[in-house]
Design a protein around this ligand. Structure first.
Ligand SMILES: *Cc1c(COP(=O)(O)O)cnc(C)c1O
Length: 376
């Protein structure tokens, strides 16, 4: 079955008790047993919940994965994944990872003796092998990256990592499974912040891990129940509902983002536009090869920091806020907001950069609002 059909039906048979077409919110902490150990597959809701099971089956299917696990947040998923490692182990990561992941790596795990090497998207795509050592357990990719929208060659990185005995995780939050299928390109694990496009309506925090590796899946299931970073049933239900419209939303996000990027590229006050869909973008050819379309995120640079800080507060339809991937358009200043934790890193976000999460409103309205804000 095609992606759009699986998004609506996989894991979501009509409720056996009532015929309800929508998966119920199983708001319960425990399940009654007929006799000791005799139950319907559910014994305690941290371990499993039918609403969460539906979500896990659905998103796993969309990623082309045999196994999926839902978490309380994207960072909850990342924390759980990091428990596959031990102090002394080495992680190679793309250097413009999500700010919260960078903070976790450098301020939580590095002090405990885990080692990290941060490389550019270009270094990972073309020369990963020379940065792997005996202790390298994980190669952590994000593509497109946040907020520079650099593109990493997933297939090339996966090949080098496999030869070096390391697993590859791809944070697929920006692309979504509709636009990019990392497991098919050779990755071992896909990570999501379902808070973003998968939920899609800026009303829930959630995370996800998907894999085709049976041994990894078994360990992740054990870690999910043992560490406990699980989503509640209502949060699982909100993401499940969001995913049903993922394909149509992404088509519109991509169309609007392209229109906005083209408008910005022609504007005289804009120094530079970063959008993988523009032929001027250094990762354009690679993105066209490994993605179905170029996504809903656009970044651009002005020539002055104060101008950038002022501009993000001047738009009307574009709301000044962190996060991304919802139906409504958001604008933000990463250096002082989402990426403040990378301020001291050698690869800190340029202070003149503005990030847009292009929503699904009318592209004409979005462009007009930017035009007025850019005119000062
Ligand atoms: C938001 C985000 C995360 C973290 O997810 P939360 O749900 O906020 O914990 C991780 N990676 C990327 C790319 C993100 O955008």
């Amino acid at each position: 079955m095609e992606f759009e059909t699986r998004a609506i039906h996989d894991g979501q048979e009509p409720d056996p008790a009532s015929g309800a077409i929508t998966t119920p919110i199983y708001q319960t902490s425990t399940y009654v047993q007929e006799a000791v150990g005799v139950h319907k597959g559910y014994d305690y809701a941290r371990v499993a919940n039918p609403t969460r099971t539906a979500l896990q089956e659905c998103i796993a299917s969309l990623e082309g994965a045999a196994h999926g696990r839902a978490f309380s947040s994207g960072l909850g998923a990342a924390t759980t994944l990091m428990h596959l490692l031990s102090p002394g182990d080495h992680v190679v990561a793309v250097n413009d990872v999500y700010g919260g992941i960078y903070r976790m790596f450098t301020q939580v795990y590095e002090p405990k003796g885990y080692r990290f090497t941060f490389l550019t998207a270009e270094e990972i795509s073309s020369g990963l092998a020379e940065h792997l050592d005996e202790q390298t357990r994980l190669v952590w990719l994000e593509t497109p990256t946040n907020p520079a929208l650099n593109i990493v060659d997933i297939a090339a990185a996966a090949e080098a990592a496999r030869a070096g005995g390391a697993h590859v995780v791809v944070d697929n939050t920006f692309a979504t499974p509709y636009l990019q299928q990392p497991l098919a390109l050779g990755a071992d694990v896909v990570l999501h912040s379902t808070t973003k496009y998968l939920g899609g309506h800026s009303d829930v925090i959630g995370g996800f891990l998907a894999t085709n590796d049976d041994a990894l899946a078994e360990r992740l299931a054990f870690l999910q129940k043992s560490l406990g970073a699980v989503p509640g049933p209502f949060d699982a239900w909100l993401v499940l509902r969001g995913v049903k419209t993922l394909a149509v939303r992404m088509d519109r996000h991509c169309r609007n983002a392209e229109a906005v990027a083209v408008f910005l590229e022609r504007h005289r006050r804009v120094e530079r536009v970063l959008y993988p869909g523009l032929p001027s973008h250094p990762g354009h050819t690679l993105a066209a090869r490994q993605m179905r379309n170029f996504g809903g995120m656009v970044s651009f640079l002005l020539d002055d920091e104060q101008e950038a800080v002022d501009l993000v507060a001047r738009t009307k339809i574009w709301k000044l806020a962190e996060s991304l991937g919802g139906v409504e358009s958001l604008i933000e200043h990463p250096a002082r907001m989402t990426h403040a934790s990378t301020a001291d890193a050698p690869f800190a976000v340029p202070p003149t950069l503005i990030r847009l999460s292009v929503g699904i409103e009318s592209a004409d309205d979005l462009i007009e609002d930017l035009e007025i804000a850019l005119a000062g």
